[in-house]
Design a protein around this ligand. Structure first.
Ligand code: SAM
Ligand code: DTB
Ligand code: SF4
Length: 332
């Protein structure tokens, strides 16, 4: 069907499209692999240094006991995932972790909290963390759940650089995975973050049993936001014992690489992050993701609660691929 859909030629200039249509996105997904990766890589190098990868480090500042029912998440209080809940971390521990991340080469420090939505006093404590992390010379990102307008202003005034809030999947598949909040709730928080002038980090998870159409619709949703997210994390589901999505049929790695390539083509100036799931990926698969336009990773032995590749392994992989860390967040 979509093989007959015309796809506009590679955008060599800086014009970004916000009017992508579903058949176009599906047609990209269905291109012969070499053609798709060639297109993505060609666009990638018009906007970015092709060998540079931005490095973010994650820290869970409040762990587990979350009221939401996200079917992928070990931090939901509803599932028996063997996770020890932890209250909001004291500032000195956060700053020590940020310092370590900086020494390991991270340029951005992302703090995640297992909340449906923070209380105003939580946001104030997070602002103290943001200020401390910024003073170390790192970019800051936090992910705290849904926010009110007042809270976005507090975070912006506190100097926050990025807010992470993922759409996770297509609007259609969303209710199969999460029932305690709506897709529109997510879009509303994203709009508040954008309006407050905070950079947006927004992506999703694949490998949750969604269809090819759901993956195309997720990317379409991201690429038709009024402004493309500056960072687009593409997570491969990390299957955790006790969560409802444990045992889901794993996604074909080639389809994952295609997802990265299509994200790069739709949002050519965004940092596309090869995010959760790298621990289950071969070095060769990750190399294909970088070729397809991924230019950011989470670095450090831990994501929020699950394992990430060891830093020495990542350093060796960068070395083998001739990659270097660095770079501004968004193509100018
Ligand atoms: N509670 C906040 C929220 O949901 O927005 C922030 C923390 S939450 C853990 C941040 C993101 O992590 C989720 O939106 C989801 O995309 C990702 N995530 C959580 N568990 C995951 C898993 N098992 N595999 C892949 N990504 C996951
Ligand atoms: C994102 O897109 N992925 C990160 C970050 N943003 C917050 C989280 C991945 C979590 C993977 C499961 C865990 O470690 O708990
Ligand atoms: Fe809670 Fe966020 Fe996990 Fe959902 S993804 S259960 S909101 S921590």
């Amino acid at each position: 069907m979509s093989a007959n859909v015309a796809i506009s030629p590679v955008q060599a200039d800086s014009t970004l499209r916000h009017d992508w249509r579903l058949p176009e996105v599906q047609a990209l997904f269905e291109l012969p692999f070499n053609d798709l990766v060639y297109r993505a890589q060609t666009l990638h190098r018009t906007h970015f240094d092709p060998n540079e990868v931005q490095i973010s480090s994650l820290l869970s500042i409040k762990t587990g006991a979350c009221s939401e029912d996200c079917g992928y998440c070990p931090q939901s209080a509803r599932y028996d995932s063997d996770l020890q809940p932890e209250a909001l971390m004291p500032i000195d521990k956060v700053l020590a972790a940020a310092q370590r991340a900086k020494q390991q080469g991270a340029s951005r420090f992302c703090m995640g909290a297992a909340w449906r939505q923070p209380k105003d006093k939580d946001v104030e404590r997070v602002v103290t963390m943001v200020k401390g992390v910024k003073a170390l010379g790192l970019e800051t990102c936090v992910t705290l759940g849904m926010l009110t307008e007042k809270q976005t202003r507090t975070l912006k005034d506190g100097g926050l650089d990025y807010y992470n809030h993922n759409l996770d999947t297509s609007q259609d598949y969303y209710s199969e995975v999460i029932t305690t909040r709506t897709y529109q709730d997510r879009l509303d928080t994203l709009a508040r973050v954008r309006d407050a002038g905070i950079n947006v980090c927004c992506g999703g998870i694949v490998g949750m049993g969604e269809s090819a159409t759901d993956r195309a619709k997720l990317l379409l949703e991201l690429a038709t936001l009024p402004k493309h997210p500056e960072s687009v994390p593409i997570n491969m589901l990390v299957q955790v014992e006790g969560t409802p999505l444990m045992g889901t049929e794993p996604l074909d790695p080639i389809v994952f690489v295609r997802t990265i390539a299509v994200a790069r083509i739709l949002m050519p100036k965004s940092r596309v992050r090869l995010s959760a799931g790298r621990n289950d990926m071969s070095d060769e698969m990750q190399a294909l993701c970088f070729l397809a336009g991924a230019n950011s990773i989470f670095y450090g032995d831990k994501l929020l609660t699950t394992d990430n590749p060891m830093t020495q392994h990542d350093m060796a992989l960068f070395d083998r691929l001739g990659l270097h860390s660095g770079g501004s967040s968004y193509a100018q």
